[in-house]
Design a protein around this ligand. Structure first.
Ligand SMILES: [Mg+2]
Length: 220
């Protein structure tokens, strides 16, 4: 094994930290405009998130308070939020100790400016030989497309069987990688949107770990 390639959200850091940071930004904006307590608004957004999911949080809160807001402008505030983000401890340790030992890569889906924003907030550019934000190439380049994995193998100058891909989402992280012959490892952390989702073997990784310390044994 010569190259280790990672997913970003919920693999290397807790994506909720970004989501909450975005809520805080929007709560602050609304609290100033309507002279309300931002922590109350923020807490309500979190309640809505858990009860009704991520898709309609701003619509619902605006409806509850009869705010006349352009929802897409609130979404934009959320997306451009700059909360403090931290790698999971095992991720930081893993990247730090394998820097220079393996070629390290990142393949992440999501709106390009949001993903690059997260990368900068985490300060992780220093760890990676190559980073691919699939959205830079267009929607058809998003996982489970094979394209980003092929691009990564070319950029790292590695064969598929010299690479491992580590991610958390069985819907899209492993399917294409497996078809190409890349070893796949699924990380199931204590938190994450997909921790209870199990699919058929085409979509599931070759191995499952609970943290990145456990990955070392598969690299030998
Ligand atoms: Mg992920």
């Amino acid at each position: 094994m010569k190259g280790i390639v990672f997913d970003l959200d919920d693999t290397l850091y807790n994506e909720k930290d970004f989501v909450y940071g975005g809520f805080q930004e929007v709560a602050l904006y609304l609290s100033h405009k309507y002279v309300l307590d931002s922590t109350v608004l923020y807490q309500q957004m979190i309640d809505i998130l858990y009860k009704q999911g991520r898709g309609k949080v701003f619509d619902i809160i605006c409806e509850q308070y009869a705010f006349k807001e352009d929802i897409s402008a609130l979404v934009e505030l959320y997306r451009r939020a700059r909360p403090k983000l931290h790698l999971y401890e095992d991720a930081e340790t893993f990247l730090r100790s394998n820097l220079g030992k393996y070629k390290l890569g990142l393949i992440t889906d999501g709106l390009y400016y949001v993903q690059w924003n997260k990368i900068k907030l985490l300060g992780i550019e220093k760890y990676f030989d190559e980073m691919i934000v699939t959205d830079d190439y267009g929607k058809e380049f998003w996982k489970p497309s094979k394209a980003p994995y092929i691009e990564m193998s070319q950029r790292l100058e590695l064969l598929f069987n010299e690479m491992v891909y580590i991610g958390d989402n069985p819907n899209k992280d492993f399917y294409a990688a497996k078809q190409l012959g890349i070893l796949t490892i699924r990380i199931i952390r204590e938190q994450g949107d997909f921790i209870n989702i199990f699919l058929n073997e085409d979509y599931e990784a070759d191995f499952i770990v609970r943290n990145l310390y456990e990955v070392e044994k598969f690299l030998k």
